[in-house]
Design a protein around this ligand. Sequence first.
Ligand code: GDP
Ligand code: MG
Length: 440
Amino acid sequence: QLTSGLESAWNKLRGVDVLTKENIAEPMRDIRRALLEADVSLPVVRRFVQSVSEQAVGVGLIRGVRPDQQLVKIVHDELVTLMGGEVSDLVFAKSGPTVILLAGLQGVGKTTVCAKLAFYLKKLGKSCLLVAADVYRPAAIDQLVILGEQVGVPVYTEGTDIKPSQIAKHGLEEAKKKTIDVVIVDTAGRLQIDKTMMDELKEVKQVVNPTEVLLVVDAMTGQEAAALVTTFNIEIGITGAILTKLDGDSRGGAALSVKEVSGKPIKLVGRGERVEDLEPFYPDRMAGRILGMGDVLSFVEKAQEVMRQEDAEELQKKIMSAKFDFNDFLKQTRAVAQMGSMSRVIGMIPGMGKVTPAQIREAEKSLKIMESMINVMTPEEREKPELLAESAARRKRIATESGKTEQQVSQLVAQLFQMRIRMKNLMGVMEGGSVPALSN
Ligand code: GDP
Ligand code: MG
């Protein structure tokens, strides 16, 4: 299992201070093995391991986050990159009906996807027409008609005695007449890639000039996924893929190979047999699933919790002895900034609520200003903020040396004492307290 393989990789790095070529060698072998066992194809695994190793060497302990945890993050981010990074939306034609051509082997879920897509697009306010171009099995047409009824979308059929490309062509004409937004063409699949299937798809593609050619891939497809995607992409040219049956216990290999071998993203995933079981493909969630950490966001959060805990313990001691100083202030604000810059987890940090990128930039800017003032303080001043509260001359010197105004320095000093009070209150050490009036 991928999860346990990766877990043993992380465990080997417990207690390590810095990641080196030597100490990551064994964990990287575990990762490699785990990926292969998850049915990721070998060339993809090689490139992946290489890239992760390069990024990992030299990574050391950053406040509260151990190197092994950071390696998880590196692996996660690389997985996300491998899968295309961002969500890839469906593309719609600028004018006239958008044609979506579905391709794939038999039984992967193409016909089901037709109905799911129609249901999905209806929610986006688009009208759809399903076109039954699988002429090999009459039952396939019936299946599509029933599904169409179920989602309340018309189905265009012409029986089985006519070429799929002609059905598709007529279906498109019908959609134009009725000003329908999206035409979804269901096609026949085979158990294996064969020339007839490819030729037929090529012909349909040529006749209807689709906006999207989506390869439907069963998530359970193992190692062969890479070859399958490559062949379809070379033969007919795909614009993306839909990964189905993700509700089963697939090992994720197919998801990892699609983008890497074809350059085309997975756009949607199917998670069940019902028409509503279709959703956008989120590379980061998939990476989380593959890492077996449920959701890697919660990992990052956990790492930050550790950071907060360690800080909190240390802080508590300081506060007990009323020693929270500018050094701690710097550490605290930096920790907060670090959390802040991970924009993806922002929403998850308790107490931060919804933070906009503009707010983050603003916070980072004010942090830089604070840092530049703290940087020119003497060690003594950093440890004894009272010195600055008591001496206007010191504050003036800091203002001059840091290129800030005296008012900004006063503000910083006041902020520190405010923080002391807030923390004391937070810890229930004492109530009240006040910011000392700054002397002139
Ligand atoms: P096609 O041959 O590619 O058209 O495949 P179908 O759409 O007929 O689906 C084949 C079988 O897979 C059917 O029994 C579907 O109900 C089932 N199926 C399709 N998509 C999913 C999915 O996302 N999850 C699960 N569990 N079953 C699915
Ligand atoms: Mg079918």
